[in-house]
Design a protein around this ligand. Structure first.
Ligand SMILES: Nc1nc2c(ncn2[C@@H]2O[C@H](COP(=O)(O)OP(=O)(O)OP(=O)(O)O)[C@@H](O)[C@H]2O)c(=O)[nH]1
Ligand SMILES: [Mg+2]
Length: 343
């Protein structure tokens, strides 16, 4: 199953998580505008430096332009280095390179017969306003792309970054390994069912824990799914290998009734992935709030540096803060159309 899934790791955070996946035996292509960041990835097999890039210092627009100019090379690297049915693009939403390039890359990579998903990161509440602006913009773009697969969200609010990285990578890998490792006369999960779970459009959450009771699993899911779980949340699949007294009926009661469930059993621990979830609107609202609350302060600060060429940034900020919810964009047809949507 591991050969069916590959990763494109963009930016520094993407690289940190990509390394862990490469360590688990997955194919990973590291992409960055910063050569220095790429150099820190020792023993990484496939690296691509976006030509002309010297880092993006939290400037999403700069990242997008660089990706547009270098897209043929990036696409070529993906085709030749990581052949897989499913590609997950990994990026932080709060920086420049990954945040700017991530959604646009996903959009450009979608084609028939291949699933493009995401592993992305939300900034912790104590991070800068700039990180929050970037994150909000990034998710506005990401959630508008049609035809994407599962989008996993690591929330830096939930703990220390490096710990969150390995926690996620371990849980995801445990999930992928279910068909090979867990066989039960009471029911099996096959590779096609894992794939179907990961193809579902929307947010996905995965947990793997030593749990004997349903309540422990539900608690872990709630923690990862932005508790308290928002009401009227949709869910498409619940896929779980369960141990002890953990029961699918309990999970459904707590999470919501999915379109389908896939289940197997084992005696070591419970691994559960829920997919096709609605995005965490309440958490996005918090991010938006932090940006709006600081709007006047940011404007004042930027006005003070007006003469030094910062005026463009004021407009940039107003564009974001003023746009609230962008209206639905029609799915563009050509690569050029997709690119221009982001610039
Ligand atoms: N969970 C997690 N978050 C990280 C990690 N590294 C950075 N972040 C978060 O990611 C955001 C910054 O993104 P980076 O990946 O450093 O930025 P980048 O994509 O390299 O972009 P630029 O350096 O601005 O061009 C912030 O919100 C950080 O808190 C990591 O290893 N794990
Ligand atoms: Mg960086």
């Amino acid at each position: 199953m591991r050969e069916k899934i590959a990763f494109v790791a963009v930016g520094q955070a993407g690289g940190n998580i990509g390394r862990l996946f490469e360590g688990k035996g997955f194919a990973v292509l590291y992409v960055n505008t910063s050569k220095e960041d790429l150099d820190t990835l020792e023993h990484a097999k496939f690296k691509h430096h976006i030509s002309g890039g010297e880092g993006c210092n939290k400037d999403r627009h700069k990242a997008k332009q660089l990706v547009v100019d270098d897209f043929d090379n990036i696409a070529g690297e993906i085709e030749s280095k990581i052949k897989a049915d499913m590609i997950f693009v990994i990026f932080a939403s709060g920086g420049g390179t990954g945040s700017g390039a991530g959604p646009m890359l996903m959009d450009l990579l979608i084609d028939e017969g291949r699933t493009i998903g995401a592993v992305t990161i939300l900034p912790a509440p104590d991070e800068s306003v700039k990180s929050h602006i970037n994150s909000y913009e990034c998710f506005m773009e990401l959630t508008e792309i049609e035809g994407t697969g599962a989008c996993f969200i690591i929330d830096n609010m939930r703990g220390e970054k490096i710990g969150l990285n390995s926690h996620f990578v371990d849980s995801f890998t445990d999930f992928i390994d279910i068909p090979d490792k867990h066989k039960s006369i009471r029911g099996n999960i096959d590779k096609a069912e894992i794939e179907e779970t990961l193809k579902a459009h929307g947010m996905a959450v995965v947990v793997s824990l030593q749990a004997e009771e349903s309540a422990e699993v539900i608690e872990a899911l709630r923690e990862n799914a932005f508790a308290p779980v928002e009401t009227d949340r949709a869910v498409k699949y619940i896929t779980a290998s369960m141990s002890g007294n953990v029961k699918m009926s309990d999970l459904e009661k707590a999470i919501g009734t999915p379109i389908d469930n896939f289940q197997t059993f084992n005696d070591q621990g419970t691994i559960c992935c829920i997919s096709g979830l609605t995005y965490p609107q309440a958490r996005f609202e918090d991010i938006y709030k932090k940006v709006s609350e600081n709007k006047d302060l940011i404007k004042k600060n930027l006005a003070a540096t007006h003469e030094t060429g910062m005026k463009k940034n004021i407009n940039f900020l107003e564009d974001i803060v003023g746009s609230e919810r962008k209206t639905e964009v029609q799915k563009p047809k050509s690569r050029r159309d997709i690119m221009s949507k982001y610039l």
